[in-house]
Each structure stands twice: as structure tokens, then as C-alpha cells.
Design a protein around this ligand. Sequence first.
Ligand code: FDA
Length: 392
Amino acid sequence: MTEVDTVVLGAGAAGLFAAIEAGRRGRRVLVIDHAKAAGEKIRISGGGRCNFTNLGIRAESFLSRNPRFALSALKRYTQWDFIARVDAAGIGWHEKTLGQLFCDGSAKQIVAMLLEDLRKAGGQLWLETDLGAVTRVAAGFQVETSLGPVRAASVVVATGGKSIPKMGATSYGYRIAESFGLPLVETRPALVPLTLAEQELEPLRQLAGTSVAARASCGATGFDEALLFTHRGLSGPAILQISSYWREGDALRLDLARGADAAQALRQMRQEAGRIAIRTALARLVPEKLARYLEDVSGLRGNLADQSNANLDRLAALLHGFTITPVGSEGYRTAEVTLGGVDTDALDARSLQAKSVPGLFFVGEVVDVTGWLGGYNFQWAWSSGWAAGQVA
Ligand code: FDA
């Protein structure tokens, strides 16, 4: 029988952070994970450079049944706190775009920093260890593991969401929540490419690999980022972002010539170079393959000079308001995160402790808090892990 003060289940971003903080308070901490290495998602994140936070952390960039829940932890341990930590570790970083901060070198530097901090805080780490039931015992909790039972006064569940099962993602955290009677908000893949039905996909296949600066909107929410046509449908940051808001049956509205006034531009081109083909004119506003596709879809024939104002307006409407209805997503296989999770109503916002089960904490992605693409999810992992680590 192993006995510690705090046992942390999951050695990802949130779990390592919680363990380091608890260890710094003098708690005997043990982190357990079934993976071969800690922080695997950190290692592969941001194309190997880890987009570790965002300069513009704010409530609107998080989805949750209670969007204000995350603010308490995010305000207590901020992006500036994490940046200071990265600086202190001598890790170089840069802002790529939209406030997104990446390592200059490698995401492995972040993992190394966390493991070193854990070691200094006196925390133990058990890898390649399977987890079983968590039950209450007199002095706290007992966690069954493949290395025998572990007893601890506090349990921090940090086993993440369902995204990318190939990397070891499981529903373990949700099951533990349920076993203690905590409510869950339905989960679904998010930050995920969207798929199209065969009849819509067929004519679009020629565009696979084409990227365009776009605005992708669903209802009142829209994102100005790159959009990528794929062999299965739509991807790129604009689509990943809107996928968190999209539901089956919803249409997406795509502005494929974001920032341009297509109607005005086409009129001007007709005046200055009326003999050019429609697709040539469109190719001044969007990539050539997309221009050819849009010309086909418009059904218009002849060159630009042959087109009435109404026809040019039709073309402009196609460019700025292309509507398409995805049929699904690529699912957890490729989703960056999981929407939903442990209902925030059941947790104390300051400590992430279950209100009905003192000593049991949930941090990171397993909680019903999901950030936008751009470093928001790691900041939630750091902030929620930090908050739990002050108490657990
Ligand atoms: P995380 O998933 O990191 O850790 C959970 C841990 O629990 C894992 O180590 C897992 O092995 C372990 N575990 C699970 N089930 C278990 C079980 N049954 N028994 C034992 N152990 C178990 N975010 C961001 O802000 N910037 C970025 O650049 C990226 N990039 C990115 C790329 C890709 C490809 C993905 C898939 C995701 C991202 N993300 C991201 C999202 C980010 O990785 C994610 O939000 C955090 O890793 C969540 O941290 P957690 O610690 O909550 O879970």
C-alpha cells in the first residue's frame, strides 16, 4: 500500500501543474499515468512548438455551460504568470499571430521544465501504470492501480478528454466523476475538421489542399482565419474554431474573399479589363482553383464585360456568402479537444474541488471548459491545475 497526501491522475499539462503546486506546499505528491512518457500532448502540440498560451485570455474565448466559471482560475494564474515561468526557465518564445505564443525551439522544453519543477517539488511520477476505481476510505481515498492500491487525502483527476485515443485519451475521468454522482455535460469532438456529404464533396475534391483567408460563421459566431479544403471536407484554423460551435444540421457561411469588396472590385475590373474571363477576375480575389470552381457554380458564361451588375453581384454574393452544410466531423480521432465534461456546477470555481466530495478535484480538459484554438486550452490546464494545487 502506497500512501501520499495528494495523488494526481494523469501526467498531462493540468496534472503536472497541480502536482508541482501541491508539492511546493510540502505535500507528498504522486502523479500516475498509463502513458510511456508524461506530457505527450504538450510534446506534439502546436506542430511541435507548443502554443502554450495566448496574450488575449478572456471569458469569451472559452465554451462551457457556464462560460464565467473558468474566470476565477484564469485570473488567479494568468498568461503572464506562465510567461514569467517560461522566461525563468530560459525558454525562448515568439508571438505567431492573434496573441498565440509558441516556443522558438521545441515543445519538449515545456515538458522538461514541468518535469524538472515536479522533481524539485519532490513529486513522484509513475508511468505505464493503469488506473482503476477510486473509492472513499476513512482518511481520504483509495485508488486502485496496476502497481497496487494508493491511499491519499486528496485526488486530482487530470486525465483529459477523449481526443486522440491513439495517444492514450480515455473516458476515465468522466467515469470517476459519475462514480461519485457528479453530473456530466455531454461530450463532443471540438477543434476538429468537418466532413461533407459525397454529393457536395465531389465537385469540391479538385480544391483539396487549397487554402484561403476566410471568415467561417455559424449563426452569430465567426472566425477570421485560414480555411483549407480537404479530401473529406473542410479544415484549417477557421473551420477548427467554428467546429466548436457547429451542430448537426447547421449551415456554415463562408466569406472566401474576406476583407475585399468583391462587388466593387469586379465592377472595376469590368471597366478596366472587361475582356478577361470570369475565372481570371475571380482569381484576383481568391486562389485560382477556387476561382474556377466558383465560376462553374455561378453558371455564368462569357467574359467580364458580358456580365450585368446583377451577375457581378451574384458572383460577389458567392464569394462573400458561400453556404455549405457539413454532415459531421472527423471525430475524436483528430479533434484537438473535447467539448463538455464534468459539469462546472458540481465544482468550486476557486479550487476545482467537487462541492459534494471534499478532497476530490477535476482539472484541465476533463472539466466542461473548452478554449478556442490558440493556446487557450493550455492556459486553462495551467490555471486550473494551479488552482487545485493550492488546496489539494
Ligand atoms: P492531457 O490529455 O494533456 O493529459 C491527460 C493525461 O491523462 C495523459 O497523459 C493521458 O495519458 C492520461 N490518461 C488518460 N486516461 C488515463 C487512464 N485511464 N489511466 C491513466 N492515465 C490516463 N492546446 C493549446 O492550448 N495549444 C496547442 O498548441 C495545442 N495543440 C494541440 C495539438 C494536438 C494534436 C492536440 C490533440 C491538442 C492540442 N491542444 C493544444 C489541446 C491541449 O493539448 C489539451 O487541451 C491539453 O493537453 C489538456 O491538458 P490535460 O492535462 O487536461 O489533458
